[in-house]
Write a new protein. Structure first.
Length: 326
């Protein structure tokens, strides 16, 4: 039987079982430890955030929530782990702008359908910052745009990788401003920032969590932030939207998802748990302190509603940039 058909049958069986289960099913959950799959390496910003939320969820659920890192292939390895898991509420995953939206444009065929996952909660948004090597002769976004226009195909910008939020935010700025810049992809933020600091690359687009220490130390010069509103971390740093391009937004974002077919009663239980954690002033303070710009929360569907809008937006950027499809 083809995999997709087998998966559809399994999901139908799970849904039928949920309908036949006693009404107390969601109330009895959980009775054993949960696992939370993070499709990136330990120590990165998603890992840091999810470990904090896992601790808070465990305290509220009365069971351990074990974080498992499964990096690889634009987040696909980790998301597949969730996508193929039993729909019993005991396997959750972190899904973000790449796995829920961007991959739909940069891959010709995905081994998972993002729309079949069950959203649990929209967790956060993290802005990108355009920063440059301090030796670059620009001190504002306007000066950067002017310099790039006068030096077509000479200005280089780094990102944490092909198809990441940092990469496509740079493409969006180039398309919106008529710039011709050279993208230099890296395998993660550390290598990218190291080369910009060292002067091998002119500029970088990266999220506030990764880039803040280098800005604070003076090793990088920030020019603009890509959220619609100024960041609480950098209240004096103007947004791209207010500086030059009204409505410009290029942020990383993410939330928690469950396997297809997970019963709504379990989704509701988990959604309440994570919303309680996200509403806790101490938790919010810790999340903001590590560089997050907006803590979202809300109903499960809010995550997928935002993902659909982002999918359409970044698909246009990918087409206009003629990026290779894998």
């Amino acid at each position: 039987m083809p995999y997709r058909l087998k998966h559809a049958v399994a999901a139908l069986c799970a849904a039928a079982a949920a309908l036949l289960a006693p009404a107390s099913h969601g109330q009895d959950f959980p009775s054993r430890p949960l696992r939370l799959v993070v499709p990136s390496a330990p120590g990165g910003s998603p890992d840091t955030v999810m470990r904090l939320l896992a601790q808070e969820a465990a305290r509220r659920l009365g069971q351990p929530v074990v974080v498992e890192n499964k990096p690889g292939s634009s987040g696909i390895a980790g998301i597949l782990e969730v996508y193929r898991a039993a729909p019993d509420g005991y396997t959750l995953g972190y899904a973000n702008n790449v796995t829920l939206a961007i991959n739909r444009s940069t891959f010709a065929k995905l081994p998972y359908d993002p729309r079949e996952l069950k959203p649990v909660v929209f967790v956060l948004k993290v802005a990108n910052i355009l920063a440059v090597n301090p030796e670059m002769p620009v001190r504002s976004l306007a000066e950067f745009v002017d310099y790039a226009r006068r030096h077509p195909d000479e200005v280089t910008y780094a990102s944490p990788g092909q198809g990441t939020s940092g990469h496509l935010t740079g493409e969006l700025l180039a398309q919106s401003s008529g710039l011709k810049m050279v993208h230099v992809p890296y395998r993660g933020s550390p290598a990218a920032t190291t080369d910009v600091i060292g002067g091998q690359v002119d500029a970088i687009f990266d999220n506030t969590i990764s880039i803040t220490p280098h800005i604070r130390s003076g090793k990088l010069r920030p020019l603009a932030i890509t959220s619609l509103r100024r960041s609480p971390q950098f209240p004096d740093l103007p947004t791209v939207a207010e500086s030059a391009l009204p409505g410009f937004e290029g942020v990383a974002w993410g939330g928690i998802v469950a396997p297809p077919g997970t019963p709504d009663a379990l989704i509701d239980r988990l959604n309440r748990c994570f919303n309680e954690a996200l509403a806790d002033p101490a938790v919010r303070s810790r999340l903001m302190a590590i560089g997050n710009d907006e803590i979202v929360g809300g109903p499960p569907q809010a995550l997928f509603d935002y993902a659909e809008r982002e999918t359409a937006k970044w698909a246009g950027v990918v087409r206009a940039a003629r990026l290779p499809v894998q």
